[in-house]
Design a protein. Sequence first.
Length: 65
Amino acid sequence: TQCHARNPEHAGFSAPPAGYAFDSWDDILGHKAQIQQVVGSRYMPLGNITNMSDEERDIIAAWEE
C-alpha cells in the first residue's frame, strides 16, 4: 500500500498511519473488521487517493474469510 506499509511509499508518511501496516495477508486479516468499516464509510482510502470504485468497496463490504 502507499500509506499503510512498514515503509510507506507515500511522500507524506515516514511510518504507517496509526501504526497499521498491511504488508502481509495476516496483517490484513487481523484488521478485517476495521478495514471494512473505514472503507464502507468512505473514510479510507483517505481522499480516495487510489480512486477506489463503488464496486471495489462492495467487494470489501461482502468479504468473508
